[in-house]
Ligand binder design. Structure first.
Ligand code: GAL
Length: 342
C-alpha cells in the first residue's frame, strides 16, 4: 500500500504510572502511551488541513497538561476510499487506541466499521457525515461536524444584508442574477448549503435569477476554471457569486482578477469556512462575507472524544447528541467583525 503522507508525532514518553485522568474507568491497553490514528480524505483541502493543525495543537497541549505520551498518526487518503480502508487496517495493526476518520466516500464506511469493530477500536468520524443508519451499526461510532443547514441560512442572510446595503442589482431589474459554485456532489454540506442559502433569501423577500452553477469540489483552482467559463457565458450579468466554501469563493476572485474586468463591475462574492485566506479576503473586501466553520472547536471535540475513548474515560460533559454526535455552531463573519476570527 502506498502511503503518500504519514506524520508520526511523538509527544513525550509516558511513565508507567500516569493515568488518563480522575474519571478513569479502565486502563488503556498500551503501556500508558495513547495512540490516535487520523486519516483525512485530502490533506490539501484548506479547511481539513486547518483541523489537522488544530488537532496537533490540542495533542501538544494535552501532553503538557497530563504529562502523558500521546502519539498522533496522520494519513492522507488522497481521495481514494480503498487507500483509506487500508490505512485503517494499518493503524489498527499499529496499535492505535482510537481511529479518527474523515471519510473519502461518506456512503462507504462499511469496511472501516467492520475492521474497527472486529478489533474493538472506537471510531470518531468527522466532517464528512455518514448516514444515520451507518452510525447505528455499532455503539462505538461517533461523529463531529457542524449543522450544515445553518451555514446555508447564515450565508443567505449575509447576502441579503449586502443586497440591502449596496448596489447589487446592477441592471435594476428587481432580481439578483447569481451563479453558485458547489462542493462535491453528494457531500452533505454542498447540497444543504446551496438549498438553504437560496431558500433563506427567498424567504426574506429577495427575488433571485439563477444564471448557472458549477461543481468545483471545494477546490480553488477548479473554481477558478469554472468561474472563468461562467464569466465568458454571462459576463457583466452576474451580480452575486455564492460559493459553498471559501476556497471556491477565492477561486472566483482569482478568475475575476485574471479577467481584467474593472473591479467596480465585479459581482459580490460570498463563501463559507473562515479559513485564513478567506478571512484575509473578507478583510480586504474582495469577499463580501463568510460563515465561520469552527475548525478549532471541531478539532477540540475530535481530540476530547479520541482521548477519553483511548483512556476508557467517561464522555460526560461533551454534549453528545443521541450519544453519538457533536455539532459545532457556525458564525457570521463580515468586514466589521473579521478581526475577531484572525
Ligand atoms: C466542508 C468545508 C469545505 C471542505 C469540506 C471537505 O465542511 O466547508 O471547505 O473542507 O468540508 O469535506
Amino acid at each position: 500500500m502506498r502511503k503518500s503522507f504519514l506524520v508520526l508525532l511523538i509527544l513525550g514518553i509516558m511513565t508507567a504510572s500516569s493515568g488518563c485522568g480522575v474519571n478513569d474507568i479502565s486502563e488503556p491497553e498500551t503501556d500508558g502511551e495513547i495512540k490516535i490514528g487520523v486519516t483525512v480524505y485530502d490533506q490539501y483541502d484548506t479547511f481539513i488541513s486547518s483541523i489537522l493543525e488544530d488537532l496537533n495543537e490540542d495533542v501538544l497541549k494535552a501532553r503538557n497538561e497530563t504529562g502523558r505520551g500521546i502519539v498522533l498518526e496522520t494519513y492522507n487518503s488522497a481521495q481514494s476510499q480503498a487507500t483509506q480502508d487500508d490505512q485503517v487496517e494499518e493503524m489498527i495493526k499499529d496499535g492505535c487506541d482510537v481511529i479518527c476518520v474523515n471519510l473519502v466516500d461518506r456512503t462507504a464506511p462499511s469496511n472501516i466499521i467492520d475492521t474497527a469493530r472486529n478489533a474493538d477500536v472506537p471510531i470518531v468520524f468527522f466532517n464528512r457525515e455518514l448516514v444515520d443508519e451507518d452510525m447505528h451499526r455499532w455503539d462505538k461510532l461517533y461523529y463531529v461536524g457542524a449543522d450544515a443547514f445553518l451555514s446555508g441560512i447564515m450565508q443567505g442572510e449575509l447576502a441579503v444584508d449586502v443586497i440591502r446595503e449596496k448596489n447589487v442589482d446592477k441592471n435594476g431589474d428587481g432580481e439578483i442574477q447569481y451563479v453558485m459554485l458547489e462542493g462535491e456532489a453528494g457531500h452533505q454540506d454542498a447540497i444543504v448549503r446551496s438549498e438553504n442559502c437560496v431558500n433563506r433569501m427567498l424567504e426574506l423577500g429577495v427575488k433571485l435569477d439563477k444564471l448557472g452553477y458549477a461543481i468545483a469540489n471545494w477546490n480553488r483552482a477548479q473554481a477558478a476554471t469554472q468561474m472563468e467559463k461562467m464569466i465568458k457565458n454571462y459576463g457583466p450579468e452576474i451580480e452575486f457569486v455564492f460559493a459553498n466554501n471559501d476556497d471556491m469563493a477565492l477561486g472566483a476572485i482569482d478568475a475575476y482578477n485574471a479577467s481584467g474586468m474593472n473591479r467596480g463591475s465585479w459581482p459580490y462574492i460570498i463563501g463559507i469556512d473562515g479559513t485564513d485566506p478567506g478571512l484575509s479576503a473578507v478583510k480586504d473586501g474582495t469577499m463580501a462575507a463568510t460563515v465561520y466553520n469552527d475548525a478549532k472547536g471541531q478539532a477540540e471535540a475530535i481530540f476530547q472524544l479520541a482521548y477519553r475513548l483511548s483512556c476508557g474515560e467517561s464522555l460526560s460533559g461533551l454534549e453528545l447528541q443521541g450519544d453519538k454526535y457533536i455539532r459545532l455552531p457556525y458564525q457570521k463573519i463580515t468586514q466589521e467583525n473579521v478581526d475577531k476570527f484572525r
